[in-house]
Ligand binder design. Sequence first.
Ligand code: 7RM
Length: 654
Amino acid sequence: MTTTTIESNLQEQRLFKPSTKFSQASYIKSRSEYNKLCDRAQENPERFWAELADSELQWFKTWDTVLDWQPPHAKWFVGGKLNITHNCLDRHLTASSKNMPALVWQGEPGDARTYSYFELHQEVCQMANVLKQLGVTKGDRVGIYLPMIPEAAIAMLACARIGAVHSVIFAGFSAEAIKGRLLDAEAKVVITADGGWRKNKVVPLKTQVDKALASGEVPSVESVIVVIRTGQRIHMQPDRDYWWQDLQNGTSCDCPAEPMDSEDPLFILYTSGTTGKPKGVVHTVGGYSLYTHLTTKWAFDLKDTDVFWCTADVGWITGHSYTVYGPLSNGATTVMYEGAPHAGNPGCLWDVVEKYGVTVFYTAPTAIRLLMTFGEELPQSRNLSSIRLLGTVGEPINPTVWMWYHRVIGAGRCPIVDTWWQTETGGVMLTPLPGAIPTKPGSATLPFPGIVADVVDLSGNPVPVNEGGYLVIKQPWPGMIRTVYNNPDRYLSTYWTKIAPKDGQYFYFTGDGARQDEDGYFWIVGRVDDVINIAGHRLGTMEVESALVSHSAVAEAAVVGRASEIKGEELVAFITLKPEYVATEELTQTLKQHVVHEIGAIARPAEIQFAKALPKTRSGKIMRRFLRAIASGEEVTGDVSTLEDRTALDKLRS
Ligand code: 7RM
């Protein structure tokens, strides 16, 4: 987050009301209806969520206890049995719905496929049986490393069908990153593809998996399923690797949904934190099903007639909740697109909108900033009149960017939902309900009904209006993270102990700074920890530092974020070398490539600065505050008295 954004946010006064027509056709039509929902939730949160769980989902067995809250551990709908794929697929197999399009997909080279609810159900059941044949049973973990092709959604749903726990790994991650995740999850099976298309080139996915699994380094993995996507030659290891298409042949499409306990894990998704190793965020079936269903319905006002396009890759939580589970649970059509926002054709996104008649479009500010650079003529030359609602997520949206989105893409008539949430929250937490809440450019506005959010100081006391503080959630909610896989201590220390209310209450710490204005609207300022947001993707600075110091030339590394026009933030690394190495341009390139190798292309530093020493406190802590200033070319101000060696700072500055 740049200071310019904070300043312009502070001056932001504009208010945009939804049209009467939009409000009247929406689920939640007015501020007073929104208030009523919030009041009802406040009066009796358990009754509020239980009524919704009952009316919005189908259960095989109803729960005994709505909420078992032993802070900071929550169990929702305890004793209830359900399966998320029943709610996403089977319940839409009625005569009137089963032939409706569930998933439409646009491949980068121009190929396309559409699956009706009936067809998607068949595919999912068949793959579920394939997994069973490979020995996958309830509770086993399955790694998924796929491009944005329908098989990614099918694989996730097939796991969920039989109670296997999926762990999707973004296809941009390196072999090293895959290995770390598969090891931590102890995955039994990996599902990948021969390759994926990215900007007219083949991304070799199976080769990365081969490297990750080389010399039996992940002993838990018994089989690898490979989707044919690009047709390029790859190595298939006998008795371990199988073609997806071969396994499907002759396999039955009849696979009843496994009745899952509400609190059985649904998936693990790794996300960056303040320490070097990504955390395995665990979500469970019951709470996640309800929360993604309901937030999709109310925040995106989603009807079963809608064509919803969430541009996020399924490798991130946004793709899980709003490309796959949420829209399908609501019986809508979800759009999946394999390409980058400018894959050879800067108008490609608008072509997809026009071709499929997208009605709700959800993307990240970084994508909008990129599209802005292509000019207005491009979207204006396409027919975007099908769009009725726009959404953004992933990072704070600058008011100028918001206005462009509103005017050029939304033709001034579509509400924008700026949705704040996290991998850990499962679904949207702060958002305008589009028919009810007037929006202000740059503000995620108000909490979703039932969510108790606040901005507090370190002792948990609310800060005054318009003052900055820590964004916290004060009550448990169904979509919340249940634990960090294999690391319950980290669950406690990351989220529940940083803010310490005196009365012993537990507040969920989001890691974000925020303020609330005089109307109670929330304005997110950005992360307050060492997490950096690059093009809407979360990366820990420690993660990148660990990658750098794993190179033999590096003695010490400190990584900071610097504002970037399109990406929001980019990485700058400060490095001290071991005595036998000299700083050269070649070494700079080698180190950048090393980070790509260790983590993936998203972590490639924009700049590397070599230093004789890093500025540290007397207790040896690197003073990132100074490095951030130097990286952005700003004046180093503030207290320098705690510096151990002032000359280190002076040398860096020069
Ligand atoms: C959904 C997602 C989470 C972090 C979060 C924030 C930032 C997300 C917004 C936002 C300002 C928003 N999950 N963030 N949405 N900041 N306005 N609307 O992005 O786990 O990958 O990242 O993203 O810092 O803590 S995530």
